[in-house]
Design a protein around this ligand. Structure first.
Ligand SMILES: NC(=O)c1ccc[n+]([C@@H]2O[C@H](COP(=O)([O-])OP(=O)(O)OC[C@H]3O[C@@H](n4cnc5c(N)ncnc54)[C@H](OP(=O)(O)O)[C@@H]3O)[C@@H](O)[C@H]2O)c1
Length: 275
């Protein structure tokens, strides 16, 4: 996470299209990491108060294409359906050598190239990006240069870690694991709390125990070098209470089978959405 190109040295101007949850998190990460606000333009029809406040720092809001000059990097953080409707308006911001970084789910490189042109990097972040703890998977089109790939890497790393892949087909499975994955973890917290209530705990206490257990265990996993399986084994005494629960969770039709089916369903849906 720390070997990224310093953002202060990145070629500008950078145009961010869509400053919603994810685009806004990226912009905050860039500015916190030294990107010069005057080098950033934001295209956003309904800017939040936070985004409006950045204008006083020098960020430009809704410039016309003629005002931005030759754009080095265009970051597209629109909803995919918005892109289909409004993407053509972005074409004016991108020249043939503009790096176009898209974080839109289920939108293939070819579709982005068709609308925006440029040299496209397709990326899939996830929601812990909002606290700088996301993981993003990125894939570059063949016309993306080495230096452009470094720029994309640095911009994406502002919200967490980045993994690069060569095969765009893997993006559907990536979406199913890390893109949608935070929802599975939140569901785990919900169901652990519900099970606690079923076991006799007051709802408020069950919710707090489940929440802190999921959050604390996630942090432990994050800080540890050990695989998740080792951490699990470390807290499972033979014949103990944890072993009794894991006998259910790891039994036939247990979590492994359930998770495999869930990820396969999300992968299939991602493929369908890309059509
Ligand atoms: N959030 C996540 O966890 C997550 C994870 C992985 C990938 N993504 C991807 O990130 C992208 C953005 O998601 P999000 O959650 O950040 O959505 P979002 O909060 O709805 O952000 C999209 C933003 O784009 C704005 N917008 C609408 N039309 C526009 C136009 N013509 N030009 C410029 N901006 C326009 C929207 O404004 P209005 O509010 O006025 O419509 C909104 O502020 C999606 O493609 C999603 O697949 C998100």
């Amino acid at each position: 996470m720390n070997n990224a190109q310093p953002l202060a040295q990145i070629q500008r101007p950078i145009v961010l299209a869509g400053a919603g949850k994810m685009g806004g998190a990226m912009l905050s990460g860039w500015l916190a990491r030294g990107l010069e606000p005057r080098g950033v333009s934001v295209i956003e029809p309904d800017p939040s108060d936070e985004i409006r406040a950045l204008v006083t720092m020098g960020v430009r809001l809704n410039p016309s294409p003629g005002d931005t000059g030759s754009v080095a990097t265009l970051v597209v953080a629109l909803k995919p359906q918005m892109f289909r409707e409004a993407g053509a308006g972005l074409k004016a911001f991108a020249g043939p050598s503009t790096l176009v970084v898209s974080i839109m789910a289920g939108t293939p490189i070819a579709a982005i190239e068709q609308v925006c042109g440029g040299a496209v990097v397709r990326a899939m972040p996830n929601t812990p990006a909002a606290i700088g703890r996301g993981i993003t998977v990125a894939v570059a089109a063949t016309n993306v240069s080495g230096p452009q790939r470094e720029v994309a890497d640095a911009l994406l790393r502002a919200t967490g870690s980045v993994e690069w892949i060569d095969d765009e087909q893997l993006m559907d499975a990536v979406t199913a694991v890390s893109g949608s994955g935070p929802a599975y973890v939140f569901l785990l917290a919900e169901e652990l709390a519900r099970a606690g209530v079923a076991a006799g705990l007051p709802a408020g206490l069950a919710e707090k125990l489940a929440r802190e257990t999921v959050a604390g265990s996630g942090e432990l996993l994050h800080r540890s070098q050990s695989p998740a399986a080792t951490l699990r084994q470390n807290v499972t005494s033979p014949g103990g209470t944890t072993a009794a629960a894991l006998g259910v969770l790891m039994g036939p039709d247990g979590l492994q089978q359930l998770m495999t089916r869930a990820v396969a369903a999300a992968t299939r849906r991602s493929r369908e959405l890309a059509k």
